[in-house]
Ligand binder design. Structure first.
Ligand SMILES: [Zn+2]
Length: 426
């Protein structure tokens, strides 16, 4: 309301000001009058009101269910870890791994493989409910059980390979530097993260989806034009068949300088108009242009140092109290991996609001960049509304701070309408 009044005053000043004296009042004033009529709050509300109360209720229920799943996920992890330690199973798995020889990397891999198989089996009820039953209940998933299950097995195999690459050097450090491991461990964690960002688009993602070059020039050219204008040198846009797994729309800009690739999924192509696609891709280009990948690596390095320091300060205490019963001798003992996992999960659970806020701020930056780059505020608002299928549109401020890793639909539509209000005369 206030902004409307302010606009009114500006229009009046303009009208009786210099332009009136020059006798050009009418053409100069017209766009401003239009701006005065454009009510950001009302336009935002009009978008939000397009969802029926039933649709809104469904979307809220799905998203709020996710809050509880985060808590259940933590409790489940603590339970599984306690089971593995308390029954002495973890110590037995280590004994088996050690029987195969003195070579430490082999012991690490053998322990890890057994651990992952058992943990995955114990987690299955939660994974099945969260990843299959619930997704189907809300009409988001497209896969039948068979293909879904074989993808879970594929993911397990990928985890075995990738976690081996992480844990072999990490346990070498844990054994050799029990006091300062949290510093070297963080360094290994960050190097692993960079390695993951480099190889995932090339070796991991194609295991789950097929990536092909986007040919349609009507879609490709506007995306490449925005990319060039934002300093991204590429002549390729990839599309992938996410509809194999889900109805969700998504896109990303992945990799570093050399491996950089713009990728969008087929749901986005099928379900969205060109202005909407441009709005989404401008946002993704924004992540790249604003160096969010590099910033996030730096941020996660700090998060890891604090997390590993927390484990360093707590692990030995727990082992002093329970170690004998669990047959875990210290941080360098492979049998202690469930405890390491439990403490790390606890840390990331507590850190969730801070991690979410960091990501959400980056996302809002990319949103703003995208609005400037694409100039499609309505396309952007339409997509924000579509994402409202599974992300609660209008949360309270504390709720948004704790749980949202992207701005809420309301915040995004509001930003787009504000941008539109200020660009009406273009
Ligand atoms: Zn984003």
């Amino acid at each position: 309301m206030k902004s409307v009044l302010l606009f009114g005053v500006l229009v009046v000043l303009e009208f009786v000001g210099p332009s009136a004296v020059l006798g050009q009042a009418e053409p100069a004033v017209e766009p401003r009058l239009e701006a005065a009529v454009f009510d950001v709050a009302a336009e935002t509300r009009a978008y939000l009101d397009r969802l029926t109360p039933e649709q809104k209720e469904r979307s809220d229920a799905y998203f709020e269910g996710g809050y509880w799943l985060q808590l259940w996920g933590l409790l489940y992890t603590l339970g599984v870890s306690w089971l593995l330690l308390g029954t002495g199973l973890s110590a037995r798995l280590r004994d088996i791994a050690v029987r195969f020889g003195r070579w430490k990397p082999l012991q690490t891999v053998l322990y890890l493989v057994q651990y992952l198989v058992i943990a995955t089996a114990l987690f299955f009820p939660l994974t099945y409910y969260q990843g299959f039953v619930r997704e189907h209940e809300y009409g988001l998933a497209t896969q039948s059980f068979g293909p879904w299950f074989s993808e879970q097995m594929l993911a397990l195999a990928v985890s075995m390979v990738l976690l081996s690459i992480l844990l072999i050097p990490l346990y070498a450090v844990l054994r050799r530097a029990p006091r300062t491991w949290w510093i070297w461990g963080s360094l290994i964690g960050v190097l692993f993260l960079i390695f993951g960002i480099l190889i995932a688009p090339v070796y991991v993602d194609p295991l789950f989806n097929t990536y092909v070059l986007l040919e349609d020039p009507e879609v490709k050219e506007p995306i490449l034009s925005m990319a060039r204008a934002s300093g991204i040198e590429t002549d390729r846009v990839y599309q992938f068949d996410a509809s194999r797994q889900t109805h969700r729309i998504s896109a990303n800009v992945s990799g570093f300088a050399g491996t950089m690739a713009i990728r969008l999924n087929d749901n986005l192509l099928e379900r969205c108009s060109l202005p909407e696609i441009e709005a989404v891709m401008a946002h993704e280009i924004g992540h790249y242009a604003l160096n969010h990948i590099y910033e996030s690596i730096l941020f996660l390095a700090v998060v890891l140092v604090i997390g590993f320091l927390f484990i360093h300060l707590t692990f030995d205490r727990v082992v002093r109290r329970w170690g004998e019963r669990w047959r875990v001798s210290g941080i360098g003992d492979l049998a202690g991996l469930p405890l390491l996992t439990a403490l790390l999960s606890l840390y990331f659970f507590v850190a969730t609001p801070f991690l979410n806020t960091y990501i959400r701020v980056n996302e809002a930056e990319a949103d703003l960049f995208g609005l400037h780059a694409a100039g499609q505020p309505d396309g952007f608002a339409e997509v924000a509304l579509k994402l409202g299928e599974y992300r609660k549109l209008d949360p309270g401020p504390i709720e948004e701070w704790i749980f949202y890793d992207h701005p809420s639909g309301r915040a995004r539509i509001e930003m787009a309408m504000q941008w539109k209000a200020e660009h009406l005369d273009e």
